[in-house]
Ligand binder design. Sequence first.
Ligand SMILES: [Zn+2]
Length: 117
Amino acid sequence: MHEMTLAADVVAEVERCLGDFEPGASVVSVTLQVGRLRAVVPDALAFCFEVVSKGTPVEGARLVIEQMAVRLRCAPCGNEWTATEAEFMCPACEGPVEVLQGKELLLRAIEIDDGTE
Ligand SMILES: [Zn+2]
């Protein structure tokens, strides 16, 4: 269950960012971009995030997971397509493929309420 490790990393990173704000600031939401090749189960990640953030300044934040489709490209013929399952050969020429998108694991946005409103 690598979601627990991932959740711990995310919470640590958000806490680090929160250090730049006033002590009363709280995290409203955290947006993650996760490529489908990462094989992350969104529900499991959301659950782990809740568990890991408990008792930290990140507790109560909404976790938004943006899943990124897998985009592949064939180097020999330039064919580009979105993979619906694991494909490692170009359907047109059977050439080797490279991954253009789908391996992302990014902390894309953190919405913080600094308590001034
Ligand atoms: Zn090809």
